[in-house]
Design a protein around this ligand. Structure first.
Ligand code: GUN
Length: 613
């Protein structure tokens, strides 16, 4: 049902296939209130809606709607042929304390009216719940989930994760719900957190839920409809958002922006020049009749929300979502706190972080240096930089090798005291060190830390090119991998035009090529054969079937992955083997181990070269 098309850390562009069509994620499902229809679904579709959510409990408890829905189906009531998800009434339980329905009753009703995704009647876990109360909401939600999945094995059901703000309960709830055959997993009970700008708690809840969830299931952040939270929630792995906020804020005379919420008075004469307007000339919304104003403001809110969703997708595609989140976090101190909190979870997040991105690292504050992938790269570079005596030069214009061409002519081992920390000069063109832009005036502690390493004397190196090859290989494949790859007589082939290293030959075999864009190696088949001498499962993706496809150079689909080196991260180079550990090819990893084992759709490894029999 769900497959990843592009990814950036935990964030993903996915495709969700439902009975009423395909949906591209991340996306926002506008809430349709069947009792109020001041903006039509087709208008919303023009703004970007691909899927809607409505409330089956409201339909069920409104006699006229109930009968119509049973006769004509929910699509006729809502007025769209696009996919529709329905909620169950759990939120009404949160608002009014009680609901007059039961789990199986409301699930059967959703089935009867032909929804694309139905939601079980979960227990809304309030942030103020005691641990015991939260635990009960987790257990009861699981019990109802099991009951619904068993009664309707053929339905697409949503299994919410509950557990209040207790991280162990969230993870446990996610694990329990994932063990059942749900189509998607909403993260529930978070509306009060968002209403009160408790973004630190929100981030903790999302991460702890993600830890327990099956990574192949789409994740829905229940009730999230303010564009302020989209970038960060997507960064942490949320695929779907829903909200009636666009309408609620419009009724309250408020307009939404990615930076927050404002009153239109401040923006006289028109809330925004861009959204589609029902009036031909800009007018002061405060002077409009109520109905017209609600419509105008709601259209504005939808337009801004979908624009932000599109920007999030674009950022995932370009690999710039961290930057977007860092910039957006400046809009609200609580968001900045949440961003700073995320760094506590780097050990988990790192498993999904690619070693390289196509985009330049742009510094907008010290939090950028704490991104899980950046922190890892800086740590690895520091280890290599400090293990033998080096002379550290001050940070300078890139590429360092040009700025310091004079110093490079000596045979001294050199390093840069960079804002990332100490970096060997051999990583001059390697991501992120070579593809980064910092302001002249750095945050004080970053600037001070840099000075620590300046000066000293370096050892002599015998051949700079070989030193460069060895350092990049160790940075990328670890010491063991580099040793296997480079065991023998190393020669380099350089580009005639740029003078940069292109290919690495070892004992006459073409083992590695250096990518100009990110200064990292791609693995050639001869390199794969060398890595294959490592101990199982290092560097390996094991396929269960289809040897001949891989040998032919075709990609590895997730459903054929039987095992994988848990150390492999997205964008890493890997070798592909069969169950007998015979080498079939080399390629680049798209999914990490837990993802590859969970997904049964989509590509897990892009194969670069197959090994003919
Ligand atoms: N809408 C907003 N939050 C929730 C939740 O926790 N459960 C359900 N079913 N709907 C919601």
């Amino acid at each position: 049902m769900f497959q990843i098309k592009k990814r950036d850390g935990l964030a993903r562009i996915g495709e969700l296939e439902l009975p009423h069509g395909k949906v591209q994620t991340p996306t926002l499902m506008p809430v349709i209130n069947p009792n109020m229809d001041f903006i039509s679904p087709s208008e919303m579709e023009r703004i970007g809606a691909q899927m809607f959510i409505t409330n089956s409990y409201i339909i069920m408890s409104t006699p006229s709607l109930r009968e119509r829905a049973k006769e004509e189906g929910v699509h006729s009531i809502v007025g769209t042929e696009r996919p529709i998800m329905t909620d169950s009434g759990a939120f009404q339980g949160h608002m009014y304390g009680k609901v007059r329905t039961e789990n199986l009753e409301v699930v059967s009703f959703q089935k009867e009216i032909g929804v694309d995704i139905a939601t079980i009647l979960d227990i809304f876990s309030e942030p103020h719940f005691t641990y015991e109360e939260a635990k009960h909401s987790v257990e009861e939600t699981y019990r109802r989930g099991k009951e619904a999945v068993e009664a309707h094995p053929d339905m697409n059901l949503a299994g919410p994760v509950q557990g209040s703000i207790y991280e162990d309960l969230r993870e446990e709830s996610a694990r329990l719900m994932s063990s059942l055959d749900f189509a998607i997993h909403p993260i529930g009970g978070v509306v009060p957190l968002m209403e009160n700008y408790r973004y630190v708690d929100l981030a903790r809840v999302i991460i702890s839920s993600k830890k327990g969830l099956n990574p192949s299931r789409p994740v829905h952040l229940f009730g999230a409809g303010h564009p302020m939270v989209f970038p960060m929630a997507a960064l942490l792995g949320c695929d779907l958002f829903d909200s009636s906020s666009y309408a609620k804020y419009a009724y309250a005379g408020r307009i939404m922006f990615p930076r927050g919420t404002e009153k239109p008075a401040k923006l006289h004469p028109s809330p925004s020049p861009s959204p589609p307007r029902p009036t031909p000339t800009p007018a002061d919304p405060r002077k409009m009749p109520d109905e017209e104003r609600h419509r105008l403001l709601a259209l504005h809110n939808l337009y801004v929300s979908f624009s932000e969703i599109r920007r999030v997708r674009e950022a995932i595609r370009k690999g710039t979502l961290w930057e977007m989140v860092e910039q957006r976090a400046r809009a609200r101190p609580e968001l900045l706190d949440a961003l700073r909190t995320i760094t506590e979870y780097n050990e988990y997040l790192e498993r999904f972080e690619p070693r390289t991105r196509r985009s330049t690292f742009l510094y907008s504050g010290w939090e950028g240096l704490k991104r899980p992938g950046i922190e890892r790269a800086a740590r690895d570079a520091e280890r290599l930089a400090l293990e033998s005596p080096r002379r550290f030069l001050p940070e300078a214009e890139h590429p360092y090798s040009r700025t310091y061409s004079e110093e490079m002519r000596s045979k001294e081992r050199l390093g840069i005291s960079s804002p990332f920390g100490p970096v060997p000069i051999e990583l001059d063109s390697t991501y992120p060190f070579g593809q980064s832009i910092f302001p002249e005036m750095l945050d004080k502690d970053v600037g001070e830390r840099m000075k620590e390493y300046e000066g000293g004397d370096g050892e002599r190196v015998s051949d700079r090119d070989i030193e460069t090859v060895r350092t990049i290989a160790r940075f990328q494949f670890g010491d063991k991998g580099a040793k296997l790859l480079l065991d023998g007589k190393i020669t380099v082939v350089k580009s005639k035009k740029t003078g940069k290293i292109r290919n690495v030959m070892v004992d006459g075999e073409h083992v590695l090529s250096l990518r100009a864009e990110d200064g990292l190696f791609t693995l050639k088949l001869a390199g794969g054969e060398r890595l294959h001498r490592s101990e199982f499962p290092a560097y390996r993706v094991v396929v269960s079937d289809g040897d001949e496809f891989i040998r032919d150079g075709k990609n590895v689909f997730a459903r054929f992955v039987a095992d994988m080196d848990p150390k492999l991260k997205p964008a890493d180079e890997c070798i592909v083997v069969n169950r007998n550990d015979e080498l079939l090819g080399v390629g680049q990893v798209i999914l990490n181990r837990e993802e590859a084992l969970a997904f049964n759709r989509g590509v897990a490894v892009k194969v670069r070269e197959g090994k003919k029999d």
